[in-house]
Design a protein around this ligand. Structure first.
Ligand code: ATP
Ligand code: MG
Length: 610
């Protein structure tokens, strides 16, 4: 086991100039950002090399890369030097199997040290890594593996038997299945990961890559429809590196924990790649969500920066509410923690205030998507936080609010020109100027869908936002979710946030129910805190509460109680499913729907993905 030391031959930190935000933006250049990474000897970039080998080459090999916390709470450290050897070995394993540049390697694994070896070894080998979410059933697994042309799958015995064996016959391109860990039975057609690693050698020369060479394939969360396979390239690592320094404020001595599941883009980009490129210690928790366990890890591992999702924070808030006695968090020493960052869903202001009052910590929102490949808008560490706002674009990012036409899509002139909204505070679709290194390069096998994301030189995000006079962005809703009621545009997020301020409410999902007169009326699905009875008394109380907060035009007219609001498996409330249930229309693609299991809480796995 290695010692907890970080060599002091540190590279210069990314300048913490964000207190002077305007200057940081004016001075930023992606070319200069690229120079912060060393590159391969021939100048090309490789994500695996930048995340691991560069630290060894620069004398930081004894620094702790991973702190792996097992289910029983015990923990083990893995140094950068050891991770370099393990990832070399895995690259060699792939070579020995004839798996080469561009071949697709899929993972179906929970958070475990082997996952880091597989991901980074695959990237070193210039094969393409595609993570799958372990809670998917056999059909979503097969659907994604077929779409992504999987040649190799790395998984565990249990996951293989439950999710892959039933569909393996339909996966003609799948040549190799590697099983990690103990196996209790003979599994024909599979190989042992450990046996292959044992035989492989420690040294590997990382081949050169082109800047536009495919490195990662990420499926989106499927909140708005069938999931899309977003293609990312090796040079994305430049964006991972600088955005983690800016938005997550990661510095060499940090002990950083990201709770996002590695099956989603956050768990990969900010759970594995970005923090390692900055040389920090990454906490890897093999266990599941549990309030006491999570506070315990934050305290014991002396986590300094924590990246999680609104669903997880709402669950902690429910367990340790603002109004109640705060014994639980106070009985853990969270003094090492500088701040919490959140991503994947709108962060309700109530959660920010709870963080401040109960934990004594700032909670910073981050906005991005599977497609953007990196954090784009954030409440930056060194800048004032506005609770309820996503923050401002990071240096290197140009964001605009585009006017929408009567049908709700971005307005275009006959010549195809778009225009920005006229006034601060006006709603419109969030658009980004392409050109940063982690921008997706396509949806796999879906060129038309990709082309439809662009207009007049902008990438259209599909999210509706407002920008205030200070340049902060405020999330209104997904373009499909925004409610039009009696001529008003209503943000479901705003209504949900207001309801969440009521002490009886644990979670809310708000939709527009079609109405012949008003177009739509606002309907809220509410999950109450345990112990609160769903009766007319509480319904009337909530209706009146919302009306006081939001005014009669915006407040919900109807409230239904539902203990199991539909979530995507990455933890987001699926409003399109609430809408489909309301109208009796087909539910569409439900492969990413979280299936409520009796003991399971909604997965706070944090996509963009979280
Ligand atoms: P799909 O594209 O398949 O419908 P998805 O959009 O949920 O699924 P992701 O790429 O995982 O897939 O999520 C990105 C989306 O998540 C954003 O477009 C936005 O709607 C939402 N999101 C992410 N971060 C935030 C945030 N901080 N505030 C509000 N919404 C957010
Ligand atoms: Mg999306």
């Amino acid at each position: 086991m290695t010692q907890d030391v970080i060599a002091k031959t540190a590279p210069a930190p990314v300048p913490p100039v964000l207190a002077d935000y305007d200057r940081a933006c004016a001075e930023f250049s992606w070319t200069a950002a690229r120079r912060r990474l060393s590159g391969l000897p021939d100048g090309g970039l490789n994500i695996g090399y930048e995340a691991v080998d560069r630290h060894v080459a620069e004398g930081r090999g004894e620094g702790v890369a991973l702190r792996c916390v097992r289910r029983d709470g015990t923990a083990e450290s893995v140094s950068y030097a050891r991770l370099a050897r393990l990832t070399n070995r895995f690259a060699k394993v792939l070579r020995s199997l004839g798996v080469d540049r561009g071949d697709r390697v899929f993972t179906l694994l929970g958070r475990c040290p082997e996952l880091f070896t597989v991901v980074l070894g695959t990237l070193k080998n210039t094969s393409v890594l595609c993570p799958l979410f372990p809670a998917f059933g056999p059909d979503p697994v097969a659907q994604r593996m077929r779409l992504g042309n999987a040649r190799v799958l790395v998984t565990t015995e249990q996951l293989y038997l439950r999710k892959v064996a039933p569909v393996r016959d339909g996966l003609a391109e799948l040549d190799h299945v590697l099983i990690v860990g103990d196996r209790r039975r003979d599994l024909p057609g599979t190989l042992s990961f450990e046996a292959l690693m044992e035989r492989a050698e420690d040294d590997f020369r990382v081949p050169s890559t082109d800047p536009g060479e495919m490195a990662l394939l990420h499926f989106t969360s499927g909140t708005t429809g069938a999931p899309k396979g977003a293609v990312h390239v090796h040079e994305a690592v430049v964006a991972h590196h600088v955005t983690a320094a800016y938005a997550l404020d990661l510095q060499l001595e940090d002990r950083y924990w990201c709770t996002a599941d590695p099956g989603w883009v956050t768990g990969m980009s900010y759970g594995i790649i970005a923090p390692l490129t900055l040389g920090v210690t990454v906490v890897v928790d093999e266990g599941d969500f549990d309030t006491r366990r999570w506070y315990g890890i934050l305290a014991r591992e002396k986590v300094t920066v924590w990246y999680t999702a609104p669903t997880a924070l709402r669950m902690l808030m429910r367990a340790t509410p603002r109004q109640g006695p705060y014994d639980l968090p106070r009985s853990f020493d969270l003094s090492a923690l500088r701040f919490i960052a959140s991503v994947g869903e709108p962060l309700n202001p109530e959660v920010v205030l709870w963080g401040r009052d109960v934990l004594g910590l700032p909670v910073h929102d981050n906005w991005w998507q599977t497609e953007t490949g990196c954090i784009v808008i954030a409440n930056l560490a060194a800048c004032p936080v506005k609770p309820g706002s996503m923050g401002r674009p990071l240096p290197g990012m140009t964001a605009a609010v585009l006017a929408r036409g009567p049908d709700g899509t971005v307005w275009r002139s006959p010549e195809g020109r778009v225009r920005e909204v006229q006034e601060p505070g006006q709603e419109g679709e969030l658009a980004l100027r392409p050109g940063w290194p982690s921008m997706f390069r396509g949806y796999l096998h879906a060129d038309e869908r990709y082309a439809a994301c662009f207009a007049d030189g902008w990438y259209l995000t599909g999210d509706v936002v407002r920008k205030d006079t200070d340049g902060y962005f405020w999330f209104v809703g997904r373009a499909d979710d925004v409610i039009k009621s009696a001529g008003h545009l209503i943000s479901p997020f705003e209504v949900e946030s207001a309801l969440l301020e009521h002490p009886a409410v644990a979670e809310a999902g708000v939709i527009g129910r079609p109405d012949p007169t008003a177009g739509a009326i606002v309907k809220a699905y509410v999950s109450l805190r345990p112990g609160v009875e769903p009766d007319d008394g509480i319904r009337n109380d909530l209706l009146a509460f919302a009306r006081r907060k939001l005014g009669p035009a915006v407040a919900p007219r109807e409230i239904a109680f539902d203990r199991n609001l539909p979530h995507t498996r990455s933890g987001k409330v699926m409003r399109r499913l609430l809408r489909a249930r309301e109208t009796g229309l087909p539910e569409g693609d439900t492969s990413t729907l979280e299936t409520p299991e009796p003991a399971a809480a909604p997965g706070p796995s944090g996509a963009p993905g979280s």
